[in-house]
Design a protein around this ligand. Sequence first.
Ligand code: DGL
Length: 277
Amino acid sequence: MSSPARAGAPIGVFDSGVGGLSVLRALRVQLPQEDFVYLSDAAHAPYGERTDDYVSARALRVADYLITQHEVKALVVACNTATAAAIQVLRARWPTLPIVGIEPALKPAAAASQTKRVGVMATRSTLQSAKFKTLLDSLQGQAEFVVQACDGLAAAIENGDDKTTQALCETFVRAMGDFGRQPGQMDQLVLGCTHYPLVSDVLQSLVGASVDLLEAGAPVSLQTRRVLSQADLLFAGRAGGATRLLSTGTAEALSGNALRWLGLDRVVEGVQTDAPQ
Ligand code: DGL
């Protein structure tokens, strides 16, 4: 049985930048009574074109910061790239802390697809990971997956560069092939990076209204509720939990996107995860 004080501690959520806000949005809906501390590791973004070792080292740093400085009761890795590179390392380092990761929604996409052709957009690093290969192998025969590494897209979204975002989305969607509901076309598009749901309007207009866009924010929030409940760590207080926003980089992208996507008007706190504590 956990102590009430521990259940009242915040949930730590992190990403390389603003992408994890798409997960935080779902978490705040699913767990309205909980406090959240969101950390954008913007000083080290993007993760998606870095080595696994680099991303793993950053994930350990950020997690350590959230655990020691904010005493989080659980950690949500709101980044597909960091989950693929580091979820095992994080769980090995903090075996008793509930840690929830995110993976591209290939399983629901395969199940929902009628044409049995599914487009997958993700970072290069996620697509090259052993975790992604295992996921793909586990779905062999259930659908054909057309995977596309989207170099530069998370960075363009992070920087609020709408022109580059539009151009890259056009290039990547075209490179994947035909979308639609006819035989041979892709009727599902998996958004395998948490930044991409922030530009789902752009992607939807490129693939057409008949195509389903799949993100994993909602399933991750459900899983977070489940693991907190199992650990007896759900906060029993009333709805209206607080959310703090932290960044290792500049504040603008995070404050602007938090306001735009979550209606959250917050001062972003600058943090230095590497400073001696
Ligand atoms: N948002 C991250 C993800 O889900 C990665 C973006 C990046 O830093 O490359 O993969």
